[in-house]
Design a protein around this ligand. Structure first.
Ligand code: NDP
Length: 274
């Protein structure tokens, strides 16, 4: 008996907002659970996760730098985790370790539900080809965009992503492109690079942004990123990654508890505390 136990593993982990988000979800839905931060040693993630499961833990979120290791640790993977090649949500039951990835569906939920922007039939430009971009590919393609173009500093990685997901593109156009050769105005531009972390901006053609463009940076903080400032300066509607963070948590909560919390109030209070 007692509360169901969950945690988030990362290194560093002190600044993770996930415990606050899941505590708010639990209160809202009346679920009896506790959710803690767990610092794992850089060479100690798998042992820490197994130990948490053996001690009765029901599930865990996984953040930097352990998402690939969590994928390897899982004894079964959802399709979206397989496609992402990474796991951010583990569930422990009967000795099995189920690996899932809710980041991409969190992104899509933030765009479609929170920003109110449909992806179906739209032209989408995805910047980056690292872990966050890979995790976004399947959920974005499931929305059936008219076009999904992927631009990355190391273009071979964008080419590889496009090859991997080509069988899932359906009738939509899926292609790699250069940052500055991106063709005309896009409906949605997603920055999945880590360039904003260092205050850098991918060398984008300003013409990718129009008055109706949604420009979303996966990064978030107290100030808009350089990407958000650049996009806003060229007329786009801008959005940071805080909504994606809350929505990936809501998807994980759904995986674990079978109920999807309302995210609006939680997002607003996180925003106010930034
Ligand atoms: P990775 O290290 O896996 O990938 C980094 C990507 O950024 C690569 O495509 C890399 O290009 C590119 N990049 C790095 N620096 C530059 C630069 N100066 N100019 C152009 N491109 C650059 O990181 P992740 O994919 O894991 O994370 C990307 C971002 O997404 C991070 O800021 C992270 O915080 C954010 N994120 C947000 C989430 C949320 O919930 N809001 C969830 C997950 C991630 P190259 O291949 O050429 O090296």
């Amino acid at each position: 008996s007692g509360a169901a136990r969950y945690c988030v593993f990362g290194n560093p982990i002190a600044h993770s907002k996930s415990p606050d988000i899941h505590a708010a979800f639990a209160a809202q839905t009346g679920q009896d659970l506790v959710y803690e931060r767990r610092l794992a040693a850089l060479d100690g993630f798998a042992a820490a996760a197994r130990q948490f499961a053996a001690a009765g833990g029901r599930g865990a979120n996984v953040t930097l730098p352990f998402k690939l290791e969590a994928c390897a640790l899982a004894t079964a993977l959802t399709m979206r985790a397989q496609a992402a090649g990474a796991v951010n949500t583990l569930s422990f039951s009967d000795g099995e370790i189920h690996g899932d990835n809710t980041d991409g569906d969190g992104l899509v939920a933030d765009i479609v539900r929170n920003a109110g922007v449909a992806i179906a039939g739209k032209r989408v430009l995805l910047l980056g080809a690292g872990g966050a971009a890979r995790g976004a590919m399947l959920p974005l393609l499931e929305q059936r965009p008219a076009e999904l173009s992927v631009a990355n500093r190391t273009q071979a990685k964008a080419d590889a992503l496009v090859r991997q997901f080509a069988p899932l593109a359906g009738a939509g156009r899926l292609q790699a492109c250069a940052f500055d050769a991106a063709g005309g105005v896009y409906d949605i531009v997603i920055n999945a690079t880590s360039a904003s972390l260092g205050g850098a901006l991918p060398p984008l053609a300003p013409g990718v942004f129009g008055r109706d463009t949604l420009a979303l940076d996966m990064m978030y903080g107290a100030r808009p990123t350089v990407f958000m400032d650049f996009a806003a300066g060229h007329g786009a509607q801008v959005r940071d990654g805080l909504g994606m963070l809350v929505e990936q948590a809501a998807e994980a909560f759904l995986v674990w508890r079978g109920v999807r919390p309302d995210t609006g109030a939680v997002l607003a209070s996180l925003r106010a505390a930034l």
